[in-house]
Write a protein that binds this ligand. Structure first.
Ligand SMILES: Nc1ncnc2c1ncn2[C@@H]1O[C@H](COP(=O)(O)OP(=O)(O)OP(=O)(O)O)[C@@H](O)[C@H]1O
Ligand SMILES: [Mg+2]
Length: 455
């Protein structure tokens, strides 16, 4: 009987050996032969498993190498710089774009503190790029690196945090691209823009000067007429004065009654006395018109906004409309539709003048309208306030619509309008950041409107 051993395979082998040594020949017992074959089969199996594992491993290794080469190739090919840092701000890995930027090889950079490879002036910016933070918290910044030649170009840097599998902050990945060139281009653009703005202002100024020239010519033309009749009247008054002086002298010289009557007739004293009234009235009117023109011209200082304040639209419209309607002294159905609580920032006096001008024009336009109706409204449109003044007059003649904002354009009788109202109003609205426009309503009448930024 074979002695008992720790494993059945070992005991089978043992018994076989004993058989060989005791009989001098190998005698295979069928049961034992089966066990032996089983052992060999198992060994074969294990061996082939091992071989398979090895082949698999080699395969995986090749794949891993390929993947690593791919990643390295990608990292090396990107033109952006790439720096991997640990939580303490030491460099762990960089790509060749960064090596080229610094003019140093990988081994000279890895292990260095970030603070030692950047421009000393950018330390504070570096702190915020390296600070520990949550997963998706990307921080932007700008850095210059210290190179052998001094300082590198300016780089726009993105810093993304890295975390381990337990979510602990283990450092950052910095990527960056040079923006010096971009910055310079932007500065050049900015300068060019400024130049352009200056040129534009100059052009506007020139245009303003030209229109001032037209204005002065217009003023001269406008003043010429009233001045001429003031002069004419004064000449006549001088002649009349001579006559009256002669007459008075005669009275004081005790001339006879008949002589006196003859002289009175000869000197046309009665006509003179009749003429005195209209002459003086005409002279007055001329003087008033001159003063009106001069007053309007003095208002032309609208290129400066002057005192800017918060203006309540409701109050502005109510007082200006009331004022204009009262001055015109006509019966007009006035409808005011103003949203409450609308405020704009501007010069109240000038805006008052705009509304008064527009309302006076509307009332003038409705002079022959059977039932004149004026609608003044103000409403909010987003961040702006829309003011509209509508009338049911004849509307603006289609040939005039492109001229109504020109200085001295008027369709009114001499003495009734200077043609400056809309021009001045247009300038004031523009100075307040808006634009004054006019349209004819489809069913008659004109609407003037402007938008101003609300506060
Ligand atoms: N609501 C309106 N309907 C029709 N035409 C108008 C209206 N408002 C203005 N106009 C036309 O525009 C012209 C120019 O207006 P503007 O206010 O500049 O000058 P004016 O009223 O003639 O004179 P001023 O205002 O200097 O006394 C007017 O003469 C008129 O022909
Ligand atoms: Mg007017």
């Amino acid at each position: 009987m074979p002695k008992a051993t720790h494993s059945p395979e070992a005991s089978e082998v043992d018994s076989l050996l004993k058989l060989v040594t005791s009989r001098g020949a190998i005698e295979f017992d069928h049961e034992r032969e089966g066990a032996w074959i089983e052992v060999i089969r198992k060994m074969d199996e294990v061996y082939s498993d091992l071989l398979r594992y090895e082949v698999d491993l080699e395969h995986k290794n090749a794949e891993l190498e390929e993947a690593q080469a791919f990643v390295t190739n990608v990292i090396e090919s990107v033109s952006d710089i790439l720096i991997v840092c640990d939580a303490k701000g030491s460099v762990q890995q960089v790509n060749s774009a960064f090596q080229r930027t610094l003019g140093r090889i990988n081994d000279e950079i890895v292990g260095k503190k970030m603070a030692d490879i950047i421009d000393a002036a950018d330390n504070a910016k570096l702190m915020s790029l390296l600070k520990p933070r949550g997963t998706s918290d990307v921080v932007d910044g700008e850095l210059r690196f210290s190179t052998d030649g001094g300082s590198s170009d300016l780089f726009a840097i993105n810093s993304s945090p890295r975390h381990d599998h337990r979510g602990r902050f283990i450092g950052v990945v910095l990527t960056g691209r040079p923006i010096g060139e971009l910055r310079r281009a932007y500065e050049a653009l900015h300068k060019a823009h400024h130049e352009l703005q200056r040129a534009q202002r100059q052009l506007v100024e020139q245009e303003k000067m030209a229109s001032l020239g037209r204005l002065v010519a217009g003023v001269a033309h406008e003043l010429n007429n009233p001045i001429s009749f003031v002069y004419g009247n004064i000449h006549t008054l001088t002649r009349y004065r001579t006559a009256i002086v002669a007459y008075i002298d005669a009275i004081h010289g005790h001339t006879g009654d008949d002589d006196l009557a003859a002289l009175r007739k000869k000197l046309r004293i009665d006509d003179i006395l009749d003429d005195f009234g209209p002459l003086i009235e005409g002279t007055m009117e001329g003087a008033v018109r001159i003063s009106e023109i001069v007053k309007n011209l003095r208002r032309l200082s609208f290129s400066r906004l002057g005192e800017v304040e918060r203006v309540n639209i409701e109050r502005l419209i109510n007082t200006a409309v009331l004022w204009a309607v009262r001055t015109k002294n006509v019966r007009v159905d006035v409808q005011i539709e103003v949203d409450p609580g609308l405020w704009i920032s501007g010069n109240e006096g000038q805006l008052h003048q705009v509304i008064v001008n527009l309302v006076e024009n509307a009332i003038d336009a409705m002079r022959s309208t059977a039932s004149p109706r004026l609608v003044v409204s103000a409403a909010r449109r987003g961040n702006e306030v829309l003011v509209r003044i509508s009338d049911n007059g004849p509307g603006i003649h289609k040939d005039h619509i492109s001229h109504i904002f020109e200085p001295f354009f008027t369709t009114k009788q001499v003495g009734e309008g200077t043609g400056l109202g809309l021009w001045i109003s247009y300038g004031i609205v523009r100075e307040h950041g808006g634009e004054l426009s006019a349209v004819n309503e489809p069913n008659g009448g004109a609407t003037f409107f402007f938008l101003l930024p609300a506060v």
